[in-house]
Design a protein around this ligand. Structure first.
Ligand code: HEC
Length: 202
């Protein structure tokens, strides 16, 4: 009797675990395993991938989402531009950086809203130079103060009142790569909207 009751108990646990696995892993995986890269989306370059690792390391994803929600789920398209995102937009993203918080704006189409590398570099160095009152933290350690810049170095374009006297601020390797990554964030190419498994472009 005792044995049968333990066996039924064990079966119950097994069924619960299997159901959870199917609902959270099995079914979603089957739904998106056939997703093809859209024609308009290219792979990240080595530079962009390095920038992406800095984005992860600096915790940008704790304040910025990367997902445009469809009509009826807020005014994402009006605020952040572009169309609602589809699973195919993320085929090259490992790990994905969809995010859960929007302390700052969504960044999935930031390259379209703000295509200037100079703007991004100054904004990363100190957001309040370009966005007065910004709540985003500055990342000055990605930059270097120097007496003069070398031939291939990228100098920050700063207003006179902020630029250090007799010195320049140059973007470090990580700041340049992070900017390259931000400028790769453009998911505005056309895709077929609808069910998750019909995400081939056009
Ligand atoms: C503590 C929260 C926070 C963190 C962490 C953070 N940001 Fe922000 N970010 C903001 C806020 C708030 C704004 C809006 C004000 C502004 O534009 O500066 C913003 C704005 C931006 C914008 C301009 C968006 C637009 O639509 O104009 C970019 C680009 C950006 N952040 C990139 C980054 C990157 C890259 C990192 C990581 C290195 C980062 N942010 C980390 C809060 C954050």
């Amino acid at each position: 009797m005792m044995f049968i009751r333990s066996f039924v108990f064990f079966l119950g646990i097994l069924a619960t675990l299997l159901l959870g696995w199917a609902a959270l892993v099995g079914v979603p995986d089957a739904m998106i395993s056939e997703v093809q890269p859209p024609e308009g989306l290219s792979r990240y370059t080595a530079e962009e991938l390095f920038g992406r690792s800095i984005y992860i390391r600096e915790g940008c994803t704790y304040c910025h989402s990367q997902q445009t929600r469809p009509e009826g789920f807020g005014s994402d398209q009006a605020r952040f531009w572009g169309r609602p995102s589809v699973p195919a937009d993320y085929v090259f993203d490992k790990p994905h950086l969809l995010g859960t918080m929007r302390t700052g704006p969504d960044l999935l189409n930031i390259a379209v809203r703000q295509p200037s590398a100079d703007w991004h570099l100054v904004h990363l160095y100190n957001p309040r130079i370009v966005v007065p009152g910004s709540l985003m933290p500055p990342f000055p350690f990605l930059f270097e103060e120097k007496l003069s810049a070398g031939p291939n170095e990228r100098v920050l374009v700063l207003p006179d009142s902020i630029a250090p006297k007799g010195k320049v601020i140059v973007a470090g390797r990580e700041a340049r790569a992070l900017t390259a990554y931000l400028l790769s964030l453009d998911r505005t190419y056309p895709v077929a909207q609808g069910k998750p498994d019909t995400t081939k472009s056009r």
